[in-house]
Design a protein around this ligand. Structure first.
Ligand code: MN9
Length: 299
């Protein structure tokens, strides 16, 4: 039986909340519906885009419950449970199972102390035991060991099914995809290089900017899968005009502001983060308008 759970485009869902602790459930539900209408295959929640690691465990549980309820089986929900304390991560992982998530994911344990590969393997193994859900590791800049050698070990552990690969070394991505007779979920992380990940065998993409352009990412994915590589390239280049602007103003704060223009008020940036100033809002909108964002994307 294949372990490929995640195929297609999964927005790393923005978490809507206010800094007094309130989760804005209606806003989250609207965003979920909009993304499904555009073709999302599910959502990755409470990761860096979802600001999970800086929210409280109680808030993270409330978000997971809100998302699984709103998603209502329409797609796959991967809950990122990584936290400064592994025991908070395990608690969130058990809760993820209870509230109907399909898989959990986590960054490597990383707070100050740099853990060695065996310690990292032990952490993911226990995460699989505690959650009783499939586990997707997360290779990104916090990872201090070699991603290929780590995944060689992790894919042998019961319950660990793959990796969200937010690095730009696509040679390593390919080597990971060839492990376990390619029965391993490899998910592309950098939105602006989705086509590179797909070229090296990624099964899916997870990304922050998908919240604003899910339809474009789905188009790119489908073009690539149907062999229309020129079309996929053109879509990636079009997407990147917007990604470049979002990076310039700050990805999460910009996405939250643009969502609010679309009737999805996503609330605050997690404390102590600050929202865009009025001036920044104006110039962000001017730049997005100049590349046609409001007319030619998100359709
Ligand atoms: O995982 C995100 N990476 C991080 C996905 O948050 C570290 C991406 O979606 C980026 O935000 C995006 C913009 O650079 O590619």
């Amino acid at each position: 039986m294949s372990n490929i759970l995640v195929k297609g485009i999964m927005p790393a869902l923005v978490s809507s909340f206010t800094n007094d602790g309130t989760i804005l459930k209606d806003s989250m539900k609207k965003n979920i519906d909009r993304n499904y209408a555009q073709g999302a295959a599910g959502f990755y929640i409470c990761g860096s885009t979802g600001e999970g690691p800086v929210l409280t465990t109680a808030q993270r549980k409330e978000i997971a419950e809100c998302v699984t309820e709103a998603s209502a089986g329409r797609g796959i929900i991967v809950n990122h449970v990584g936290a400064a304390s592994p025991f908070d991560a395990f608690e969130l992982a058990r809760h993820a199972k209870d509230c109907g998530c399909d898989a959990v994911s986590s960054v490597v344990p990383n707070f100050y102390y740099k853990y060695n590969e065996d310690e990292i393997v032990e952490y993911y193994k226990r995460l699989a035991d505690e959650s009783q859900l499939p586990v997707i590791a997360y290779a990104q800049s916090l990872l201090t060991s070699d991603p290929v050698s780590l995944m060689e070990k992790l894919i042998k552990v019961d319950g660990i099914i793959g990796v969200k690969f937010t690095l730009t070394d696509f040679y390593s991505m390919r080597r990971i995809k060839e492990l376990n007779n390619s029965d391993i979920n490899v998910i592309n992380g950098p939105d602006e290089m989705l086509i590179c990940g797909l070229s090296m065998g990624a099964d899916a993409g997870i990304g922050s900017t998908y919240n604003l352009m899910c339809a474009e990412y789905c188009r790119l994915f489908n073009q690539f899968k149907s062999g229309d590589i020129e079309g996929a390239r053109a879509t990636q280049y079009k997407i990147n005009k917007v990604v470049e602007i979002l990076i310039k103003y700050g990805v999460i704060r910009s996405i939250k502001y643009v969502l609010s223009l679309d009737g999805i008020p996503a609330g605050d940036i997690a404390y102590p983060g600050t929202p865009l100033t009025e001036e920044e809002k104006k110039s962000l909108v001017a730049e997005l308008t100049s590349v046609g964002y409001f007319d030619n994307y998100n359709k």
